[in-house]
Design a protein around this ligand. Sequence first.
Ligand code: R1P
Ligand code: HPA
Length: 301
Amino acid sequence: MHTKEKCCCCSFENVKETTDWLLSRTRHRPKIAVVCGSGLGILADGVTNKQTFSYEDIPNFPVSTVPGHEGRLVFGYVKDKACVFMQGRVHLYEGYTLCKVTYPVRIFKLMGVETIIVTNASGGLCEDYKVGDIMIIKDHINLPGFAGQHPLCGPNDERFGIRFPCMSDAYSKDLRKLALSVGSDLGYSNFIREGVYCMVSGPNFETIAEARMLHILGSDSVGMSTVPEVTVAKHAGLRVLGISLITNKVSLDYSREEKANHEEVLETGQMRAEMLQKLLQTLISRYDQLDSNQMESLNSH
Ligand SMILES: O=P(O)(O)O[C@H]1O[C@H](CO)[C@@H](O)[C@H]1O
Ligand code: HPA
């Protein structure tokens, strides 16, 4: 059963200790955090006034073990916005508990971050999705969560959030609108989608029967991350945007020859990284629109 032991390394005191360690070593006070998905570390490359910490050097911080996840925390500015980028994340399949997987999100909360942008690489389940499409996440399915693999299981510390958080609006409508509007202004409309992301635990890619099931359940793409981070972010009251890069097509048909592999995932990441970076930078630079009446004009589009 759930005991306090489950959270021994992720208590409020642990999170506070790590947060204080970082705050005493950097002058940066980010309001926006970005989690870079597989092969998407380049998203952090454009920041100015950069200060970098290796995950290994940060007390209690989980260390990435997967190729395509550099394992660096990068503080800096995108235009005039103070940001922190996670160049690499950790996953359940690496052997980390979900409270460890989501540990960085709680650090961001205690640091004063208000918005988190979570990116990932995922497999496209929708017939008309193409490799290289960018999917703004409108909702998710927490498949491991149904089986009790959930970052909020265990004693609830009210200092992080409430016992029963609502997830029906996990992904900010305003941020989604802004992302789609920025994508359209950049000429990306042909390959920007909005869809439902499903998390599986991995590490194997799906069987055809599993892929068919996920599609029937309403998933447009599938990956092995994001949902725990988004859940903990929403629990902590952060505003969330999720962006998924469709790095491969998932086979739904026994006659198809595609075989999913991590190399293709990383290659597609490289192919689209610059465009994703432009999308992110423009979105962050237009972030103030969210809190001004300019959202009205986006709403009417
Ligand atoms: O979700 P991210 O970290 O982007 O990575 C995705 O790509 C890897 C598989 O190639 C898995 O880790 C999957 O979750
Ligand atoms: O096809 C996939 N399945 C699960 N996770 C993934 N991450 C990238 N592509 C995939």
